[in-house]
Design a protein around this ligand. Structure first.
Ligand code: UDP
Ligand code: MN
Length: 415
């Protein structure tokens, strides 16, 4: 406004005092308008000048009637209004439109829950993907092996599986890098969509972040903040951090607790995709301190769970005999309990107050009422698809950044 006021002021003639009375003297557009209008637009000129400059031109007979001041107010208001409504010139229009789009009030809300069950055909028509883009995406997803237009039907008929949300608590120890790399490399081979949620206690370590970044799979690196005095089992709180995250963001998929140190087959992740509410399967274990392998998990008739494998007498009191790595469930139970007819809407969490060995059963009891709400996988539950071993090396020093400052010990062959 300051510049308008200056250029419209009759005292702007002062610029000539600076010796700028030349053909190239700076002249504002409004000055030009008035000088050009001297002949052709004189009525307009007189009108505008009358409105703005009358005071100075007729100082002697200065008498402002209330009608004129109303007219001035109205003209000023009208000009201001028109300026405000006028479209911006083309240089700025793109920028302004972009700006408006961001702060627009007609929100184009995308639903938070994105169903991945649409067929690729739906996606293609909805988003007008070009055939080639679609084929490139299909190769990435492993639907077809190479970009070949004859495979287009296969691509369009492809329905992506349910998202797998794999939750892994982890902590710094000597073989952490080995474990995370091993699990990450398996997950890389699993058909997408897979989301790996890795949770650490109190801070996100640089080393874990780097492994995740280099792994090339979709992941979230979360931190569980808890004072050590409240914590009996750290893994429990770390898994709960992931559950809170899934619930808050309404992540849609099948949740699976995959400890970093277990051994998993690709077959396990593919079979998991058949689960609707809660799926379970037998897990191979090495009985601690005994040198024998045992099974823990369901005995099935088809996909119906009819009993449980368990060898440990002390745990007979458990309702469900399932290992932490022996079940997966639909994430919507966490954030939409009504559709699953859950009697309460209390958050589903792992409990740090229960006796060792009761962690899994007390958690599962919050998701299902009995075996009839479970699905045994694969049909007949007759395969071991993952192993829970107890290979720990807690006592080993943890090299910072996994870099050894000195050379590794080597034995030089003698010549
Ligand atoms: N874990 C953790 N912090 C700990 C202890 C364990 O994050 O202080 C993680 C660990 O990396 C693993 C899971 O919790 O992913 C289970 O731990 P562990 O293998 O020691 O338990 P176990 O197999 O004996 O049940
Ligand atoms: Mn373990």
């Amino acid at each position: 406004m300051a510049s308008i006021r200056r250029t419209l002021s009759p005292y702007s003639d002062r610029s000539y005092q600076n010796g700028a009375n030349t053909p190239f003297s700076p002249q504002s557009p409004s000055q030009k308008l008035f000088s050009q209008g001297r002949t052709t637009f004189s009525p307009l000129r007189r009108f505008v000048a009358g409105v703005f400059f009358r005071k100075h031109q007729t100082r002697k007979n200065f008498q402002l009637s209330w009608k004129k001041s109303h007219l001035r107010c109205f003209v000023c208001f009208f000009l201001g209004f028109m300026l405000g409504m006028a479209p911006f010139n083309s240089d700025f229009s793109e920028f302004r439109q972009e700006d408006f789009r961001k702060s627009d009030f007609s929100f184009e809300m995308k639903p938070e829950v994105v169903s991945v069950q649409k067929s690729a055909g739906d996606l293609a028509s909805a988003e007008n993907l070009k055939e080639n883009d679609l084929l490139v995406g299909a190769v990435e997803l492993g639907v077809v092996e190479k970009i070949d237009k004859t495979d287009m039907k296969k691509v369009l008929d492809f329905v992506p599986g349910k998202q797998l949300i794999v939750v892994s608590p982890t902590y710094s120890r000597a073989i952490q890098a080995y474990y995370l790399n091993r699990l990450g490399q398996v997950l890389r081979l699993v058909k997408r969509p897979v989301l790996w949620i890795v949770v650490e206690m109190n801070e996100a370590s640089v080393e874990t972040a780097e492994i995740l970044r280099n792994m090339g799979i979709i992941h979230r690196h979360l931190v569980c903040v808890k004072s050590n005095t409240d914590v009996k089992d750290r893994g429990v709180h770390q898994r709960n951090t992931a559950l809170e995250h899934i619930e808050r963001h309404r992540l849609d998929g099948l949740v699976y607790f995959a400890d970093d140190d277990n051994i998993y087959s690709l077959e396990l992740f593919e079979n998991m995709r058949d689960i609707s509410r809660f799926g379970t399967w037998p897990v191979g274990m090495l009985a601690q301190s005994k040198n024998k392998a045992i099974l823990e998990g369901p005995v099935c008739n088809g996909s119906q769970v009819i009993g449980w494998h368990t060898n440990e007498k002390s745990k007979r009191l458990r309702r469900f005999h399932v290992d932490m790595s022996g079940f997966a469930f639909n994430s919507s139970i966490l954030w939409d309990p009504k559709i699953w007819h859950r009697p309460t809407s209390n958050p589903i969490r792992q409990l740090d107050t229960v006796k060792e060995g009761f962690q899994e059963t007390t958690f599962i009891e919050q998701i299902v009422e009995n075996e009839s709400q479970m699905e045994g996988i694969p049909l007949g539950c007759n395969r071991i698809m993952n192993w829970h071993l107890h290979l720990e090396a807690r006592g080993l020093a943890y090299p910072k950044g996994w870099v050894l400052p000195k050379n590794l010990d080597v034995v030089m062959p003698s010549k």
